[in-house]
Design a protein around this ligand. Structure first.
Ligand code: PLZ
Length: 450
């Protein structure tokens, strides 16, 4: 088995970014890859680990993105590498629907054990977050024998046809790609920064009024919500919002589905974001952080709901692939053995303190929010809540040029989000925030000279 030396945990710029080899590869990408597949940064990776991504020109970048909240346990985390190497040498695929294997069952058992609630649970495995969201809807429909699905403003649930309908934002996710699936309805969210600090119970009543008047509980199979919205801007609903929705679902026999694709597996400083308020979803959708970078997703939930779909009604060629299952078991073991839930909280405290200090001096930082290693700043025109997407773009590009990977998000494109791997050290995290601070200062200077 190949053993590579660990990736040196130091930011290092060997060339300007992008360097010459990345520029060559980008030219090949333009000639070979469909234009619709964009990239955040124009540099090509060759290796990664801890808090560092190394590019083809020998530049070492600080990773504050984790490949969009995936490599929570770190890139090529040692347990994941060992487990996948073992599995890849044993067998790569048989298809669980043809000749099953233990890894799939073990992942199902782990998810049944770890997800919120101590009721009897079942799990089904898939490949991507979107595919799992679609299956959660299929299962909820089979169980309730109803069709409608309620989602929220600013929601992101994927790029497949049903999940495009469930996703709120048109550009870039839906524009020109319709027609979309029917029976998907949108309710207002709790968005404390933008709804005048409406309390959670009142915001839930406002949403449920829309649901009752425009859909009707008798037609509704499921309410699907991200407990902290991801692509929509790391929006944390006011406390009480999620519990009120869950209680209403219980009272109306509607399946309450938590989409924890981005928030799951220690990311928010709880194993699952629902744990924060003790919300127990009927179904929980997981992906991303579940398998340390290998493609895997899951729907886990109440046995009587999960078992409503007829035998052979759920599946897919690759769902719960043996390599992905081996990786998931190793990722879960890593989270537990290395205390990564606790580490996410430390990372959250470190980032939040720094960003709040910056906010106190710079009123373009309208809101600092999030939990654990899922923190964001929403950028506004000073003294208002008017979104400033240009500033978000300018700060992100300046950070990129200095070798720090940061992502933007939000319906208005004005949110900088931070999703560091939990394998990052405090030093690198602090240095990443230094670079960011300098990027804000530089953006101020260029504005002054406009
Ligand atoms: N649900 C809450 O965050 C994926 C999307 C990146 P897939 N988010 C990153 C992009 O631009 O495509 C996501 C999510 C939530 C579902 C999904 C979909 O997960 O694995 O990308 O299908």
């Amino acid at each position: 088995m190949s053993v590579r030396p660990p990736v040196v945990q130091k930011r290092h710029l060997a060339t300007e970014l992008p360097g010459p080899r990345s520029r060559e590869l980008m030219a090949r990408k333009h000639a070979a890859v469909a234009a619709g597949v964009g990239t955040t940064m124009p540099v090509f990776a060759v290796e990664a680990g801890g808090g560092i991504v190394v590019d083809v020109d020998g530049n070492s970048l600080i990773d504050l993105g984790s490949g969009i909240a995936v490599t929570t346990v770190g890139n090529s985390a040692p347990r994941v590498v060992a487990a996948v190497q073992d599995q890849v040498a044993a067998f790569t695929h048989t298809c669980f629907m043809v000749t099953p294997y233990e890894g799939y069952v073990a992942v199902a058992e782990a998810l049944n054990r770890l997800t919120p609630g101590d009721h009897d649970k079942r799990t089904a495995l898939f490949n991507s977050g979107a595919e799992a969201v679609e299956n959660a809807v299929k299962i909820a429909r089979a169980h309730t024998k109803r069709q409608a699905v309620v989602v929220f403003d600013h929601a992101y649930h994927g790029r497949t046809n049903l999940t495009m309908a469930m996703t709120a934002k048109s550009m870039p996710y839906k524009h020109g790609f319709g027609p979309f699936a029917s029976e998907v309805y949108r309710a207002p969210l709790s968005y404390p920064f933008r709804d005048g600090d409406l309390d959670g119970a009142t915001a839930a009543a406002r949403a449920l009024d829309v649901v009752e008047k425009q859909v009707g509980a008798a037609n509704l199979a499921a309410i699907v919500i991200e407990p902290v919205q991801g692509e929509g801007g790391f929006i944390e609903p006011a406390s009480g919002f999620l519990p009120a929705l869950a209680a209403w679902c219980r009272a109306n026999d509607v399946v309450f589905v938590a989409d924890e694709v981005q928030t799951g597996f220690a990311r928010t400083g709880d194993l699952f974001a629902c744990d924060h308020e003790g919300v127990v979803p009927d179904l929980i959708v997981t992906a991303k952080g579940i398998a340390g970078g290998l493609p895997l997703s899951a729907v886990t939930g109440r046995a009587e709901i999960m078992d409503a779909a007829h035998v052979a009604g759920l599946g897919g060629t690759y769902g719960g692939n043996p390599l992905a299952c081996a990786a998931a078991l190793a990722a879960i073991e890593t989270i537990e053995a290395e205390g990564l839930v606790e580490r996410a909280r430390e990372v959250g405290t470190l980032m939040t303190e720094r960003l709040r200090a910056l906010q106190a001096r710079d009123d373009r930082l309208g809101d600092v929010r999030g939990r654990g290693a899922m923190i964001a700043v929403e950028l506004v025109r000073p003294g208002t809540t008017d979104p400033d997407p240009d500033l978000a773009k300018a700060v992100a590009s300046a950070a990129h040029a200095e070798g720090v990977i940061v992502l933007t998000c939000g319906t208005y494109g004005n949110v900088l989000r931070f999703l560091p791997p939990l394998a990052i050290g405090d030093d690198l995290l602090g240095e990443g925030l230094d670079v960011l601070e300098a990027a804000f200062a530089a953006a101020a200077r260029s504005e002054a000279t406009r």
